[in-house]
Ligand binder design. Structure first.
Ligand code: NDP
Length: 288
């Protein structure tokens, strides 16, 4: 008997997930607000359900790959009677609080919801090294682990609290988006000097690869409350960031992002910590 899976939400991620299940010979059922996004997958053998109810009923497990939790309610509230006895996996980004509320809502309607946060882009879905955080009922995670490993070969179960996977995902996004915007800034600056994104790619890759060193160096010091300015001083960091801002403005390149970084350095210095490491900024950012 073939294994069954339903995918609700056919953005780039949902499409990649459905394709990965087809590659593994699952019987794949789909539902999407815009049905035409299912066309290529239907040609490959997937079934497009006429309603969310039909999609939920078709498979042992339903994957939700949506923009956010509001989209889940928009789709499933009108179909809430069909949630009883169903198992869902929410791989849609949202806050830990909304993930918890979403899990409670599904439970109240007799279903089970596992929360997940996928740590790879669509082209890496279905590959062995990509990874996904999960949290929620452990039994559900263990029961469906094999099916979840089709999405990413690695799974990282964080615990029973459905908010934990969402939290781990948001921690990663807090790093990912600003880091990539910093990269776009560098590309814009390179472009102003006649260098292409491809020209600077090896240097950017090396820069990102080196970040692990800084994480290793600062993590234990931060946890010990040690912000000694022995290897870097915030005043030096501000001067260096100022050079970045001026290199950009001299070239006519946007300065909004480096100015925002400078603002953080200023706050550390204004608080009297100019001689400390810029890791001191963590203390300014922490919950009061
Ligand atoms: P998209 O936002 O492109 O698409 C998500 C899906 O949500 C679409 O099927 C869309 O339907 C549906 N949707 C959105 N709002 C509603 C609504 N109100 N009612 C019904 N359906 C709705 O997301 P992605 O596919 O790129 O990503 C899915 C999730 O995975 C997101 O939460 C994202 O943060 C996360 N993620 C994305 C990655 C990426 O690189 N793309 C990487 C890792 C995680 P329709 O087709 O009708 O518009």
């Amino acid at each position: 008997m073939s294994r069954t899976i339903t995918v609700i939400g056919l953005g780039p991620m949902g499409q990649a997930m459905a394709a990965a299940y087809l590659n593994r010979d699952y019987r794949v059922t789909l539902w999407n607000r815009t049905p035409s996004r299912a066309d290529a997958l239907v040609k490959r053998g997937a079934t497009l359900a006429a309603t969310p109810e039909e999609a939920l009923a078709a498979s042992d497990l339903t994957i939700l790959s949506l923009t956010d939790l509001d989209a889940m309610y928009a789709i499933l509230e009108p179909a809430e009677a069909a949630l009883a006895g169903r198992t869902l996996v929410n791989l849609s980004s949202d806050t830990p609080e909304k993930a918890r509320a979403g899990a409670r809502w599904v439970t109240e309607h007799g279903g089970t919801l596992l929360t997940g946060g996928v740590l790879c882009p669509p082209p890496l879905i279905g590959t062995a090294d990509a990874s996904t955080f999960y949290s929620g009922p452990r039994e559900t995670y263990e029961t469906h682990r094999e099916a979840l490993e089709v999405i990413t070969g690695k799974t990282d179960y964080r615990g029973e609290d459905p908010g934990l996977a969402a939290l781990m995902y948001q921690l990663n996004m807090a790093i990912f988006w600003p880091s990539m915007i910093a990269y776009w800034q560098a590309v814009a600056l390179a472009d102003a000097h006649g260098l292409t994104a491809t020209d600077i790619a090896p240097y950017v890759t090396e820069n990102f690869a080196g970040m692990g060193h800084f994480v290793d160096f600062y993590a234990s010091r931060i946890d010990a409350g040690n912000h000694e300015g022995d290897v870097d001083r915030t005043a030096m960091g501000l001067a260096s960031m100022d050079h970045v801002v001026h290199t950009a403005s001299d070239a006519g390149v946007d300065t909004a992002f480096p100015e925002a970084v400078k603002h953080i350095f200023h706050r550390v210095i204004d608080a009297g910590h100019g001689a400390d490491s810029f890791s001191r900024a963590v203390e300014l950012m922490k919950k009061r």
